[in-house]
Design a protein. Structure first.
Length: 325
């Protein structure tokens, strides 16, 4: 049974980008260099990064707003149109004339990614904290059930912005009926102050970084120790660690609840799976589900999206059909 997401209002704050896919075939090697020659069949564009998180929420029926840095360029215009088609409100506060929209181009040959081409500047160009005043930030945070922070380490999420959001959350205007749930999909290599989160969703390597442990792919993953160290440092209310083929680790207030096995039956592309997980978890918790029920739903949603090539957000229809099967 799916919860009713339609009454929720969720604000996504993070690194927005446009994902560009070049689809084609390669049947010969270039005479100019030992590289394949790709004959292009078509191009496609989808929202990426934090914008993909927003698309997952909108696909679940959530009323979704998005705040991130982008430019008034072809990438930004295309991204805005794609989001508008999905009913997502892209805040104009994030538009900066001299900052190019982040675009990631992937060349796909016979359902396999051959290479990726990134167009972006250094993180300082994408900061929001130095260009949005408190009044504007308060307006965009108003009347929101969840503030979901989607960090791709491109510059939008920094400590000043986190502190301002935490302060606003702790002291909401009297007209606001409750403080929003605060969730983050982190990129801990930048050592941000991530205290005060209701939900944190790192993957295996990110959990090790948050716990201050080495990234050893051959070492066993100690659920109790890692959960305890992350809680000691950041005290998230709910911690869900995505472990790929090993499923999900669930922790609440520093206590391990157990693991859920993966729902993926056939994996073609894991791109965007983390976005689906954090979006479904945040929406489910805000809709009143407990952590285990929310994680089961997020696990099912992730299993659906990884069966597609390229970034593909979850939809209410596909999730409902999967639960009925």
């Amino acid at each position: 049974m799916l919860p009713d997401f339609s009454s929720l209002r969720i604000l996504v704050v993070g690194d927005v980008m446009l994902d560009h896919y070049i689809w084609g075939d390669a049947t010969r090697i270039s005479p100019e260099a030992p590289v394949p020659v790709v004959s292009v069949d078509r191009d496609s564009f989808v929202p990426g990064g934090a914008a993909n998180v927003a698309c997952n929420l909108a696909g679940l029926g959530v009323r979704t707003r998005l705040l991130g840095r982008y430019g008034p360029d072809d990438g930004g215009n295309r991204l805005g149109s794609l989001l508008s088609e999905r009913g997502i409100e892209l805040s104009s506060l994030g538009c900066r004339g001299k900052t190019p929209t982040i675009v990631k181009t992937r060349v796909i040959v016979q359902r396999q990614q051959m290479c990726r081409i990134d167009r972006e500047l250094e993180p300082s160009h994408y900061r929001l904290s130095d260009s949005i005043d408190d009044e504007a930030l308060a307006a965009v945070l108003a009347d929101t059930d969840v503030v979901l922070l989607s960090d791709y380490a491109k510059g939008v999420i920094d400590d000043p912005l986190l502190e301002r959001i935490r302060t606003r959350r702790a002291n909401p205007p009297s007209a606001i009926r409750h403080s929003p749930l605060l969730a983050i999909d982190p990129k801990p290599r930048r050592r941000l102050d991530l205290r005060g989160m209701d939900l944190m969703t790192p993957n295996r390597n990110e959990a090790l970084q948050l716990a201050g442990l080495p990234l050893d792919p051959h070492a066993s993953f100690d659920d109790e120790a890692i959960c305890g160290r992350i809680h000691e440092q950041f005290a998230p209310v709910n911690l869900v660690v995505t472990l790929g083929a090993d499923g999900m680790l669930l922790c609440r207030e520093g206590r391990v609840l157990g693991r859920l096995p993966t729902e993926a039956r056939e994996v073609f592309d894991v791109s965007g799976a983390g976005d689906t997980v954090v979006a479904t978890l945040a929406a489910s918790l805000a809709a009143g589900l407990d952590l285990e029920a929310a994680a089961k739903l997020a696990n099912r949603a992730a299993g659906i999206v990884v069966s597609h090539v390229g970034t593909s957000p979850i939809t209410l229809e596909s999730l409902g059909q999967s639960l009925r099967d």
